[in-house]
Design a protein around this ligand. Structure first.
Ligand SMILES: *[C@@H]1O[C@H](CO)[C@@H](O)[C@H](O)[C@H]1NC(C)=O
Ligand SMILES: *[C@@H]1O[C@H](CO)[C@@H](O)[C@H](O)[C@H]1NC(C)=O
Length: 243
């Protein structure tokens, strides 16, 4: 189980995670408890957080994204939930409900926290963060297997993800998936997505930023992800989203 406080850029050896399919009850990819404050039992913040979690688990599933805030300063809680663009409303709900309960167990007294699963992201804070790129909460994962022609492969991967960044930022769902021919019949499959509190320009900026992390995370690797609090990218040599 991985957990980090005061996150910077965290690298995960993700061989295990690549074996996990997106079944229900899947383990989180990672969580981060933030250091923006603590609360104690029966604090008004806790009630606000509980309401916010319930609200987001209803608001997010129909469209795949929910954003909201509950309460008044100094006990106001801000949060968002984002499901991967191909995930059904039902699976989105399952993931957000699970995320909302799991993160409270993992960060019980932290006013802010974030948790990622294959199917969804759930985040809350006592500090308003809507519309701002979150680079503080970020990690990467890669497949341990090396490709045979890293230079060609890296260039194609970057090309595909840049193209998908251009599609995602202009799409109302801020999500894009696609594939590209590799060598012969092989293909690379990619995904880009932003949280929809970002403006189109900020989404593009966020995706550009994490695409720039590819050389340090996933150089010549068969699969990789760079996952932030506001956007994420993923590529694999097999299809990984529902058609
Ligand atoms: C906040 O709570 C966490 C446990 O959730 C604890 O590890 C941390 O030291 C606390 N921080 C402060 C400033 O009290
Ligand atoms: C991939 O390459 C790295 C560095 O060249 C090496 O350390 C690693 O063992 C290789 N991985 C596999 C699965 O062969």
């Amino acid at each position: 189980m991985s957990s980090v406080r005061n996150s910077s850029f965290v690298h995960l050896l993700a061989a295990f995670a690549f074996l996990l399919q997106t079944t229900f009850g899947a383990d989180p990819l990672l969580h981060i408890c933030s250091d923006t404050g603590n609360f104690s039992a029966y604090d008004p913040y806790e009630a606000n957080l509980r309401h916010l979690t319930g609200y987001l688990s209803i608001q997010a599933p129909p469209s795949g994204f929910g954003l909201g805030s509950i309460g008044q300063n100094p006990n106001q809680a801000y949060g968002l939930a984002l499901c991967r663009g191909d995930v059904s409303s039902q699976d989105c709900k399952t993931c957000v409900v699970e995320a909302g309960s799991e993160i409270r167990k993992r960060c019980p007294f932290d006013k802010g926290a974030i948790i990622w699963y294959d199917d969804c992201l759930f985040k809350y804070s006592n500090v308003e963060f809507f519309g701002r790129i979150d680079n503080r909460n970020m990690f990467s994962m890669y497949n341990l297997n090396n490709v045979s022609e890293p230079e060609v492969f890296n260039a194609k991967t970057r090309g595909l993800l840049s193209q998908l960044a251009n599609e995602a930022y202009a799409n109302p769902k801020m999500y894009a998936v696609g594939e590209m021919e590799l060598y012969g019949s092989e293909k690379i499959y990619g995904l880009t997505q932003c949280t929809r509190d970002l403006s189109n320009d900020e989404c593009m900026k966020c995706l550009d930023g994490i695409i720039g992390k590819l050389p340090s995370c996933c150089d010549g690797k068969e699969g990789g992800r760079v996952v932030g609090g506001s956007c994420n990218i993923r590529y694999e040599i097999y299809p990984f989203v529902n058609a």
